[in-house]
Design a binder for this molecule. Sequence first.
Ligand code: FEO
Length: 331
Amino acid sequence: MKPIEIAKGIYNVGVNDWNISDFHGYSTPFGTSYNAYLIVDEKIVLVDTVKSEFADELIYNISNLVDPKKIDMVISNHTEMDHSGGLGRVMHRIGEDKPLYCSKMGVKNLPRHFGSQMKLHAVKEGETLCLGKRTLTFLETRMLHWPDSMFTYLTEDKILFSSDAFGQHYAGFEKFDDVIGDEIMRHAKKYYANILLVYAPRILKLVEKVTQLGLDIRMICPDHGIIWRKNLGEIVDAYTRWSKQEPKQKALVIYDTMWHSTERMAEAIASGLASEGISVRPMHLRKWHRSDIMTEVLDAKAIIIGSPTLNNGLFPTVADFLTYLKGLKPK
Ligand code: FEO
């Protein structure tokens, strides 16, 4: 992917991963992207990296703009390997002596993956870093969704580098919300339902905190998918709505079946609910992927689960789904 200038002197140098179809149990038929951002000021900064197998592509993208050795510092907003897997290779290329800024938990986590040779600096909530004409401010977002997660805010350009928050698993050449349009919302919803739902109360507090801080945000740059530059209100409102889990008059009948008996029951229950004016869909667990069902669960008011009895227990697909559902803790 060619670097994209998202604002003057600021570039998305990340990569598209077109062929990933399963992201630890979440189906990604549209692939994903690992976004990394290069800020060229008096100091040159790289915000996040990419999955290890894409590290050379990231370095190549950077080389189209600047000699990677000229990068003065790296920010790691999150240790998960889709954003830091390439760190070792990148640091080796730009110089192991360059400072790497991350949260306090990042200082604990990164050496477990990369050894202790990196020059790590822990940044605190609200701490700033001057790049010359621009300033970075760090915001702790602990457990959103990893212990080390943080946001980085570029004050002068009003850009929030939001790590996984507001992301979507979507690979494409359309890199902005106003280019792709409403189509992106279903990907953002699926991402929220399958990755962030379990942290819904924390997300509400974070939205409140950012509102109280009065941060003027012109652009939200997540580490996956498109950048929000036109409809910031739409995605922030959606996150608030999804976190409140206010349901629609909607039910799901989720089931598997061996000889169609459970299927008949599922369809009869769905038909009964529909006759009462409820929006309802029977969802067969071998037709629908668990992550697509979870996306529907997000705004459902009721879920009904049906399983055949197999060897005195639940049918395996039903057990799989219930385990997945339990972990995400929908209200
Ligand atoms: Fe996209 Fe939590 O990594």
